[in-house]
Design a protein around this ligand. Structure first.
Ligand code: 6PG
Length: 256
């Protein structure tokens, strides 16, 4: 299935679009399978989305049936300001009726090997056989200016056969030691949503759709679900270099 690209006016309207997708996917997954399995991301871009899910959109989600995981985590304690779990907890999870047992964080206070083993076991509990990991209903991802996504960094191994790996990646002074899901997990998902905001990402976003660049160079290109949908949500600044159909509908532009 070809990726969809939707350009919104700014980060606010992009976040509303993402919240709409989250709420709709949650309703559909709960109706069809009784639960909603979502993998969250970290960084700056999803923060407004988390706030919206905890406020305007909160009543549209049956949080008792939501299970959250992370596509990657920084190896810092959960109460560290750099923790992706900590961020989602503060902005979202502490503010909605999600049961504690439904929050499946990476145990980033352990050493990386132990955290990988632990998280692999957690994924196995939610596995969709014959896979040893779940088919996520929704995976939220960001992308760095260098093309990394989750903690899959440029020139890291492309053909990972394990679902969870320890990784090292330097980016904007953030914690370099990480644990990440690998493409075999992301590519089993039903839906993957990238959120990309800001002019600094425009050039890289254009390269994602340019065949001259490889998956080694641009890890975001590794995300191609075998039986699922990828949606790229960009704001106008990040989408500025994309050759898109002119005159997107007001909806696509995120205008009300
Ligand atoms: C993290 C994520 C990383 C992130 C991108 C984009 O940093 O926790 O692993 O992949 O999504 O670096 O980050 P921004 O949204 O802050 O630009």
């Amino acid at each position: 299935m070809n990726p969809q690209i939707r350009v919104s006016k700014n980060l606010e309207t992009l976040s509303v679009a993402a919240a709409e997708i989250f709420a709709a996917a949650a309703s559909q997954s709960i109706a069809e399978r009784g639960r909603f399995l979502a993998a969250l991301n970290g960084g700056g871009t999803p923060q407004r989305l988390f706030q919206l899910l905890a406020s305007d959109f909160s009543a549209r989600v049956d949080w008792t049936r939501v299970h959250v995981f992370w596509g990657d985590e920084r190896m810092v304690p959960p109460d560290d300001p750099e923790s992706s779990y900590g961020l989602a907890r503060t902005l979202l999870l502490d503010r909605v009726a999600i049961p504690k047992d439904n929050v499946h964080r990476v145990h980033s206070e352990l050493d990386a090997g132990a955290a990988v083993e632990d998280y692999s076991r957690v994924l196995k509990r939610f596995a969709s056989p014959p896979l040893d990991w779940p088919r996520f209903d929704l995976v939220l991802l960001g992308m760095g200016e260098d093309g990394h996504t989750a903690s899959l960094f440029p020139n890291s191994p492309v053909d990972a056969s394990a679902p969870v790996l320890a990784a090292t990646g330097r980016y904007q002074g953030r914690p370099a030691q990480r644990v990440t899901l690998t493409p075999i997990v992301f590519n089993a998902a039903r839906q993957v949503v990238f959120m990309v905001s800001g002019a600094g990402k425009a050039e890289m976003l254009k390269r994602v759709f340019d065949d001259r660049y490889s998956m080694e160079e641009i890890p975001a290109k590794r995300i191609q679900p075998t039986d699922g949908q990828v949606i790229w949500l960009a704001d106008e600044a990040a989408g500025a270099d994309l050759a898109l159909t002119p005159n997107p509908s007001p909806d696509e532009r995120g205008e009300q």
